[in-house]
Design a protein around this ligand. Structure first.
Ligand SMILES: C[S@@+](CC[C@H](N)C(=O)[O-])C[C@H]1O[C@@H](n2cnc3c(N)ncnc32)[C@H](O)[C@@H]1O
Length: 137
C-alpha cells in the first residue's frame, strides 16, 4: 500500500490530537472542490482557510485564486504547520487558533476578508469555543 506524505502526516496528527484534528484522512478532491466553490476567480480577493491540515483544500483554493489574490491558511497544530510550509511553500501559513482570527489577521495587516473556507472539526468543538471567535462583521 502506498501512503502519501500528506496522508501519513495527517494520520500522525490525528493520533497525536484526535479531538483537535477530528478526522483520520484529509478531504477528498471532490469535497475540497465543494468547499472552495466560493473562491473568487478574479480581482484581488483575500481568502482565509481555517484548519488547513495537510493542505488538501489549500491546493484547490490555490488553483482557483487569481495571481493578485491572497490566501491565508490558519492551522493550530504545529506539526501540520510545518508540513504545510514544506508542502506548499507559496501559501501564507498562519499558525494559530481560529478563535483568535481577528488578532491573527490584524498581525498580518489584513482588515478585509472576502471568503472564509471552513475546515474545522466544528462538531467536536465545545459550545464555548464555537462562539469564541473575536471576528466582528
Ligand atoms: C478535519 S481536519 C481538516 C483538514 C483539511 N482542511 C482537510 O480538509 O483535509 C481539521 C483541521 O483543523 C485544525 N484545527 C482544529 N481546531 C483548530 C483551531 N481552533 N484553529 C485552527 N485550526 C484548527 C486541525 O488541526 C486539523 O488540521
Amino acid at each position: 500500500m502506498i501512503v502519501s506524505m500528506g496522508a501519513s502526516a495527517f494520520l500522525a496528527a490525528a493520533v497525536r490530537r484526535p479531538g483537535v484534528v477530528g478526522a483520520v484522512a484529509p478531504s477528498s478532491l471532490g469535497l475540497a472542490k465543494l468547499l472552495s466553490a466560493a473562491v473568487p476567480r478574479s480581482g484581488r480577493p483575500v481568502v482565509v482557510e481555517l484548519g488547513a491540515g495537510t493542505g488538501a483544500v489549500s491546493r484547490v483554493i490555490d488553483g482557483l485564486l487569481p495571481d493578485a489574490g491572497r490566501h491565508l491558511a490558519v492551522e493550530v497544530d504545529a506539526g501540520l504547520v510545518a508540513h504545510l510550509r514544506r508542502a506548499l511553500p507559496h501559501v501564507e501559513v498562519v499558525p494559530g487558533d481560529a478563535a483568535e482570527l481577528a488578532e491573527l489577521l490584524a498581525g498580518r495587516g489584513v482588515s478585509r476578508v472576502d471568503v472564509v473556507v471552513g475546515g474545522l472539526p466544528w462538531a467536536l468543538f465545545p459550545p464555548a469555543l464555537r462562539t469564541a471567535s473575536s471576528v466582528r462583521s
